[in-house]
Design a protein around this ligand. Sequence first.
Ligand SMILES: Cc1cc2nc3c(=O)[nH]c(=O)nc-3n(C[C@H](O)[C@H](O)[C@H](O)COP(=O)(O)O)c2cc1C
Length: 173
Amino acid sequence: MTLLDVMLKRRSIRKYTDDKISDEDLNKILTAGLLAPTSRNRKPCEFIVVKDKDTLKKLSKAKKSGSDMLKDANVAIAVFADTKKADTWIEDSSIALTYMDLMAASLGIGSCWCQFHLRSSLLGKDAEDTACEVLGMGDNYRIVGVLSLGVTKDQPEPHTLDDIDKNKIHYVN
Ligand SMILES: Cc1cc2nc3c(=O)[nH]c(=O)nc-3n(C[C@H](O)[C@H](O)[C@H](O)COP(=O)(O)O)c2cc1C
């Protein structure tokens, strides 16, 4: 598959079977996150791999909406960043999440970005703080999002090149 094929195939997958992702595939996804570029090569991100069902459930409730899929995920990768290491932690974390999302798609594994940054929990608490508490991360750490992973239940249609809006491109010649 070319990179363009992977980009077309990549969709947000929120429903998973009970099957497990192999350690080999999980390691490839983590490798993609570690290969993501970071500003000034500061590498502020830490990747917390969550397989424990109870913790996945707690994470799914750490946000008011849009996080239900985490409770059914086979694995979730929470990307925390040390904000003291880089002021570009949001960008660095986002690129790592994107790299892992694309690697998952290339392996045929279902994945979905679950946003925590700027979101609140069911109880009105900050979703980032709640995720930090659930995963025992210290004060320096903030979280942009969690990548939810599992074996895809229903594969949606891939994107097509007809979906893209070329009016978004502006040339200055
Ligand atoms: C920054 C960002 C935050 C997102 N947050 C969530 C989320 O919290 N919950 C969710 O179910 N999907 C989330 N998504 C997935 C988007 O809803 C999805 O990418 C978009 O609808 C396009 O669909 P596609 O990924 O299938 O192409 C997020 C995606 C991005 C890029």
